[in-house]
Design a protein around this ligand. Structure first.
Ligand code: TPP
Length: 553
C-alpha cells in the first residue's frame, strides 16, 4: 500500500499525499480495466476531478457532448452495437434529468449503461447549495441499480458493482453518484474487473411445453425481441419456422435488428394497433422470445390495450435475463429442426428514384444506396413508412429503432454506434421534430469526425400527432390546436443548423440529387447532413391506411 501522509483540512477532512491515487483516478482505472473504456461526458464542477483524472488513464476515451440527452443516447447506441456498457459523466441532478429521456429509451432497449453522476461534496450537502437535489430519486426511474458512493476507499468496489448491475443479464442502466470529495480524496484503489455473469438456461420443461404447443399444429407465431434478433437467433428461429410452419414476428421496439439479403426476413410489428391486430389475426398461440406480449403504445377510447388476439395463448420461451439464443437452439433441437432450410431473404435493391421528392422516394433512395454493413438509426417517424420494404433485400445491415418512444434518440444513438463501429457507415434517418430534441449531436459528430450520414426528413410538422388528432375523433381542430403540431413558421433550416454545428450540410430537391448526395456522403467517411423537405400531401399512400384504418373509430 502507498505511504500516506494525513493532514487536516478546514472542513475537518483528511487528505493523502499526492503520490497516491485519488478517487477519480481509481474510478476511471476501474472502469477501463472492466472494459468500460468510452465515456460520453457533459461535466461541471462536481465532476472536475474526474475530468482532471482523464489524462492519467489514456485508455479511457472521453467524448464531449453538448447536452446530456446526447451523452445518454450515445451510450445507448454504443451498447446496442457492442453489448458492452459505455459510461456517461453527468452533472448532478439537473444533468442526469436532462439525460433521462434517452436513459428511458436505453432501459427499454435492455442495454447496459453506467452513469457516473457527480454530486456536492459530502460535507457541503447540508448547506443546500444551488445545485443540490435528490439525485437518487431522479435516477431511480430509469436505473436498476443506484448508489451514492460515500468513501473514496470504496469507490472502485462501487464502480464494479455498478458495472455488474449494468451488464446484467439483461443489460440495464446503473447509476453511481460520486460526491466531489469522494472523487478528490487520495487513498483510492482501482478494483479488479467483475466475473462475467452467465445467463441462466431455460429449463427443459419450458422448452418441452413450447415444443409440444408448436407440434400441435395450431396457428402459432413466435415474437422475437432483444438478442433473438441477431443472426444466430434469427437463423434458429427461421429453421423452426421452416420445419413447423410457425410465423416469425419482430418486436417493434427491439434495440437492434440484423437484416438484409442472406438473413431471414422477419415481419416487424406495426405501430398502429389496428395493423398489429391484422398481423396477428387468428393466431392461437404466441411464443415470446426475449419479447413482451404486444400492447398498444397508447390507449384509444373503446379499443383494447392488449394486442394479443382473443383466445390466443401466450407462452414465454425465454425472458430477457435467460440464455435467449440457447433457448431457441434447444427448441430447434426439440423440434428436430436443426437441419431445416431457413427461408433467407433474396437480394433485391430498388432502382434509384427520379423526379420530385416524397418521403417514399427518400426511403427508396436509401434502399438503392445502402452499403454493406451499414447501421441505420431510424427516427424518421411518419416519413419512414416505406423504409422497411425498400431495404429488406439490401446488403446486410443493422437497424436501430426508437425503443422507448421518447423522441430525440436517433442522432445520439448514431453517435454511439459510430464510435462503437468506426469501420461501418452509419445512416441516421431523422424527422425534423425529433432531430431538434438532440440536435447538438451534430457537433459531437463533427468534433469526433464520425462516419455518419444524417438525412433530415423535414415535413415541417409533428406529423404523427396530426394523425393522433384525427384518431381522437377531432374533426374541427382549431387554429391553436393546429399550431401545436406545425413546425413551418419560421421554417427550420437544417443546412444552417448543420453548418453551424460543424457538419458539411446540403439540401436537395430532387430524387436524383438525393441519390447523388447520399452516394457522395457514403464515399467520403466523416459526418454529412442532407436535408430533404417533404412537401405536404406527398406521404406514401400507405400513410392513409396507417393513419385511419377502416376499423379506427
Ligand atoms: C420526449 C418526447 N416528447 C414528446 C413526444 C411526443 N411526440 C411523439 S411524436 C412527436 C412529433 C414527431 O414529429 P417529427 O419528429 O417531426 O416526425 P413526424 O411525425 O413529423 O414524422 C412528438 C412531439 C415524445 N414521443 N417524446
Amino acid at each position: 500500500m502507498a505511504l500516506v501522509r494525513r493532514t487536516a483540512t478546514a472542513a475537518g477532512m483528511t487528505e493523502r499525499a499526492q503520490s497516491s491515487v485519488n478517487g477519480a483516478q481509481a474510478l476511471i482505472r476501474t472502469l477501463v480495466d472492466a472494459g468500460v473504456a468510452t465515456c460520453f461526458t457533459n461535466p461541471g464542477t462536481s465532476e472536475i476531478h474526474f475530468v482532471a483524472a482523464l489524462d492519467s488513464v489514456p485508455r479511457m476515451r472521453a467524448v464531449l457532448t453538448l447536452f446530456e440527452g446526447v451523452a445518454t443516447g450515445a451510450a445507448d447506441g454504443y451498447a446496442r452495437m457492442t453489448a458492452a456498457p459505455a459510461a456517461t459523466l453527468l452533472h448532478l441532478g439537473p444533468g442526469l434529468g436532462n439525460g433521462l429521456a434517452n436513459l428511458h429509451n436505453a432501459r427499454r432497449a435492455k442495454v447496459p449503461v453506467v452513469n457516473i453522476v457527480g454530486d456536492q461534496a459530502t460535507y457541503h450537502a447540508p448547506y443546500d447549495a444551488p445545485l443540490q437535489s435528490d439525485i437518487e430519486t431522479i435516477a431511480r426511474n430509469v436505473s436498476a441499480w443506484v448508489r451514492t458512493s460515500t468513501r473514496t476507499e470504496e469507490l472502485g468496489r462501487d464502480a464494479i458493482e455498478a458495472i455488474t448491475a449494468a451488464t446484467g443479464p439483461p443489460g440495464q442502466v446503473a447509476t453511481l453518484i460520486v460526491p466531489a470529495d469522494v472523487s478528490w480524496q487520495e487513498g483510492a484503489q482501482a478494483a479488479a474487473p467483475p466475473q462475467p455473469t452467465a445467463s441462466p438456461r431455460v429449463s427443459v420443461d419450458v422448452i418441452e411445453v413450447v415444443a409440444k404447443t408448436i407440434r400441435g399444429g395450431r396457428r402459432t407465431g413466435i415474437l422475437l425481441g432483444g438478442k433473438a434478433l441477431r443472426e444466430p437467433g434469427l437463423m434458429a428461429a427461421a429453421r423452426i419456422a421452416s420445419a413447423t410452419g410457425t410465423k416469425l414476428f419482430a418486436e417493434r421496439s427491439a434495440a437492434r435488428l440484423e437484416r438484409g439479403a442472406g438473413l431471414p426476413a422477419v415481419e416487424r410489428l406495426a405501430y398502429w394497433p389496428e395493423l398489429v391486430s391484422t398481423q396477428l389475426d387468428a393466431l392461437e398461440h404466441l411464443v415470446l422470445v426475449d419479447a413482451k406480449a404486444p400492447v398498444s403504445a397508447f390507449a384509444y377510447r373503446g379499443k383494447e390495450s392488449s394486442l394479443v388476439p382473443g383466445g390466443c395463448l401466450v407462452h414465454e420461451l425465454s425472458p430477457p435475463a435467460c440464455d435467449v439464443l440457447g433457448s431457441l437452439e434447444d427448441l430447434m433441437e426439440a423440434l428436430d429442426a436443426a437441419d431445416a432450410r431457413p427461408a433467407l431473404q433474396a437480394r433485391s435493391v430498388p432502382p434509384p428514384p427520379t423526379g420530385p421528392l416524397t418521403a417514399e422516394k427518400v426511403c427508396q433512395a436509401v434502399g438503392a444506396i445502402l452499403p454493406e454493413g451499414a447501421i441505420i438509426s431510424d427516427e424518421a417517424i411518419t416519413s419512414a413508412l416505406a423504409l422497411p420494404s425498400n431495404t429488406v433485400g439490401a446488403p446486410r445491415h443493422d437497424w436501430l429503432p426508437l425503443t422507448g418512444g421518447a423522441i430525440g434518440q436517433g442522432l445520439p444513438v448514431a453517435v454511439g454506434a459510430a464510435i462503437a463501429c468506426p469501420d461501418r457507415p452509419v445512416i441516421a434517418l431523422e424527422a425534423d421534430g425529433s432531430a431538434l430534441y438532440t440536435i447538438q449531436s451534430l457537433w459531437t459528430m463533427a468534433r469526433e469526425q464520425l462516419d455518419v450520414t444524417v438525412v433530415i426528413l423535414n415535413n415541417r410538422a409533428y406529423g404523427i400527432l396530426d394523425t393522433e388528432l384525427a384518431r381522437a375523433g377531432v374533426q374541427d381542430a382549431g387554429p391553436k390546436a393546429k399550431a401545436q403540431l406545425d413546425l413551418g413558421a419560421p421554417a427550420l433550416d437544417f443546412v444552417e443548423l448543420g453548418t453551424g454545428l460543424g457538419i458539411s450540410s446540403r439540401r436537395v430537391d430532387t430524387a436524383e440529387k438525393l441519390t447523388g448526395a447520399l452516394d457522395r456522403a457514403i464515399a467520403d467517411p466523416g459526418p454529412h447532413l442532407v436535408e430533404v423537405v417533404i412537401p405536404p400531401g406527398t406521404q406514401p399512400p400507405a400513410v392513409a391506411g396507417y393513419a385511419l384504418p377502416a376499423s379506427a373509430g
